[in-house]
Design a binder for this molecule. Structure first.
Ligand code: ADP
Ligand code: MG
Length: 614
């Protein structure tokens, strides 16, 4: 056989490289925005259509390119940012690999218009799948506009692999957030399908965060600051009582570049230790400035993972810095940091009937403590109301009873398996007791049953909410005074998307403006005082879960709501509640696994017990 090795044609090589650089429309958004920033633009516009599947365009007022550079920029390994491998260690630009534009051009229709300040006229280039279609002279403002259409048009397999428009849109919004937070002094616009999603004027970091995540964020931020030889830390953490049940707002920037670092994330978590309620996650916007020579950001092609030379010290410094700030804030809780009168509209002042979000942080909580410190438990009081609510379901109102009677039918089916005949249908009267404020223990035909109370209640509520949404038969608790709540624009978009399901769950709501809704009715189990928190959680869960797909909207919402409303570890349940819980659990369609795929109960057989005594 003769020689068989040949060099890949450029367009094939570019398509392969594109596989690394461009996973989805959001990757294109990231590359284009970063190029605009590297070109020192002060105003950047992002325009997308259909989650970026049909159009992604970035327009900047940066330095633009010469005729030759415009053409060159679309070649592989074409970069103005480094000239030798050594430069890699002193980077202060976003890009440096010189392959983004070439890769994008290889798998899409790309149109570039660009002009430098010193040039009279600019250049327009059209490329389709790596082939140059036209290059001509145009009259265009200073700066660069790059439009990317029909991404993956020539790689059908990749195009098919794209998720729904909604999901791809979410990824773009996430990417936009990261870039916009890292560069508050640049003005950003973001248009999607012709409507303006964000208009972010050049401001400071705090105002930028507030502008993106909504007015109410203002009161949640605690500044952090630290300067050592190794690192300069700056930014904000979210007060522990506003911690969310989903990992929403968690941002690390190293030398102004968004990165993911499980290790540093752990440092933040440990600084919050003891301040967070179970199953909540801290929010943060943390900027670390380190010597570029002490990091390697190039270990991952999309450049979000990072390696530090001295991780251990960084960990310790970050942790103590956050602890310090949180400590300060604990001692002086009324202090408003960096108070900015323009942004100072909290819930309280905008509601007709001001109810501030009341989330209690139980600093003394210990799931294994004894019953003497009962009184200290914040969680107990909070949830008794919901328990009463649950009883209404079981014994109370007409419509609710329907739900329950259908449960009973189901439980007859199950009774054959683990309960004795007498216990099968109605376990009221069967002994139960609560263990460690976490488990319910009871007897069954074959031995002993240990139920995780939180997971069991989640399952019960989940099925209830799911059926509410599906059969659209709900009760709403009318509020005496409607509550008006402020949200960010993207949250409002999410609320619009799930409006029908929210109504089916028992919320009565109306859109007042593009950042405000008015609530006049809530589901029976929701307490008015907890409404803002619960809605926040619902929306952020919806926004983050929508990305994972595989779940329907009803499932996502039912999951989010049951997580918020279910009893928790630490809640004390009286006998009646315990029995009702066990009863309803075994009336569920699925009683073994929680909506979050966790085991709800275990059984220990007589034999296993007897064997222990051998
Ligand atoms: P990299 O950013 O890694 O250098 P890219 O393929 O993203 O590689 O861009 C190649 C080159 O094109 C850049 O180095 C820069 O000189 C030029 N360029 C790209 N986008 C812009 C822009 N918006 N304004 C000015 N120059 C740009
Ligand atoms: Mg680049």
């Amino acid at each position: 056989m003769g020689d068989i090795i040949q060099l890949l044609p450029d367009n094939v090589a570019n398509q392969i490289a594109a596989g690394e650089v461009v996973q989805r429309p959001a990757s294109v958004v990231k590359e284009l925005l970063e190029n605009a920033i590297d070109a020192e633009a002060t105003i950047i516009k992002l325009i997308v259509k259909e989650g970026g599947k049909t159009l992604i365009q970035v327009v900047d007022n940066g330095r633009g390119m010469s005729v030759t550079d415009a053409r060159m920029s679309l070649e592989r390994h074409a970069t103005s940012k480094i000239t030798s491998a050594d430069d890699l260690f002193h980077l202060n630009t976003k890009g440096f690999r010189g392959e983004a534009l070439a890769s994008i051009a290889a798998i899409a229709h790309l149109e570039m218009q660009t002009r430098q300040e010193i040039d009279e006229v600019g250049t327009m280039i059209r490329i389709e799948g790596g082939d140059l279609i036209t290059q001509e002279v145009v009259v265009t403002p200073k700066g660069t506009s790059i439009a990317v259409k029909n991404l993956f048009f020539n790689i059908p397999a990749r195009r098919k692999f794209l998720k729904s428009t909604q999901v791809e849109h979410r990824h773009i919004v996430d990417e936009f957030h990261r870039v916009a937070i890292a560069h508050p002094s640049i003005q950003f616009y973001f248009y999607s399908n012709g409507s303006e999603l964000f208009n972010l004027p050049a401001v400071n970091l705090k105002k930028r965060i507030v502008r993106i995540f909504g007015q109410k964020t203002n009161e949640k931020l605690v500044p952090i600051k630290e300067e050592t030889q190794l690192v300069v830390i700056d930014g904000f953490v979210i007060k522990p009582e506003y911690a969310k049940k989903s990992r929403g707002e968690q941002f690390f920037f190293v030398n102004n570049r968004f990165v993911k670092s499980p290790y540093l994330h752990h440092a933040v978590n440990s600084a919050f230790e003891g301040l967070l309620k179970p199953d909540t996650y801290p929010g943060y916007f943390i900027f670390l400035e380190v010597d570029p020579e002490s990091i390697d950001i190039n270990i991952h092609p999309t450049k979000t993972e990072i390696k530090f030379d001295d991780e251990h010290s960084l960990y310790a410094i970050l942790k103590s810095c956050i602890k310090h700030s949180l400590g300060q804030f604990n001692i002086r809780p009324v202090l408003d940091f960096n108070k900015d009168p323009n942004l100072d509209t909290s819930y309280a002042s905008t509601q007709q009937f001001g109810i501030p979000p009341m989330v209690s942080v139980d600093r003394t909580f210990n799931p294994f403590s004894t019953s003497e410190d009962k009184k200290k438990l914040g969680g107990f009081k909070k949830h008794t109301g919901q328990w009463e609510g649950m009883f209404l379901d079981l014994e109370g109102k007409e419509e609710e009873k329907d739900d329950f009677s259908s449960f009973t039918v189901e439980s007859e089916l199950i009774s054959g398996s683990i309960f004795t005949e007498r216990e099968g249908i109605d376990r009221i009267g069967v002994p139960t007791f609560q263990l460690k404020r976490k488990y319910l223990v009871s007897t069954i035909k074959s031995g002993m049953l240990i139920i995780d109370q939180g997971r069991a209640h989640q399952r019960i509520l989940y099925e209830k909410f799911l059926s509410s949404i599906t059969i659209r038969k709900t009760i709403s608790q009318q509020l005496l005074f409607p509550i008006s709540l402020e949200f960010s624009k993207s949250e409002i978009t999410a609320i619009r998307e799930i409006k029908e399901s929210l109504i089916a769950l028992g919320f009565a709501l109306e859109f007042i403006s593009d950042t405000r809704i008015e609530i006049s009715g809530i589901p029976p189990l929701v307490k008015e005082s907890e409404l803002p928190t619960i809605l926040d959680e619902l929306i952020s869960d919806y926004q983050s879960e929508i990305k994972s797909e595989g779940y329907t909207e009803s499932e996502i919402l039912s999951k989010a709501l049951c997580k918020s409303l279910a009893v928790k570890t630490g809640d004390i349940l009286d006998l009646e509640s315990q029995q009702a819980l066990v009863n309803s659990l075994f009336g569920c369609k699925e009683s073994k696994i929680s909506p979050f795929n966790k085991l709800i109960y275990i059984t220990i057989t007589d034999l296993e017990i007897e064997n222990k005594f051998l």
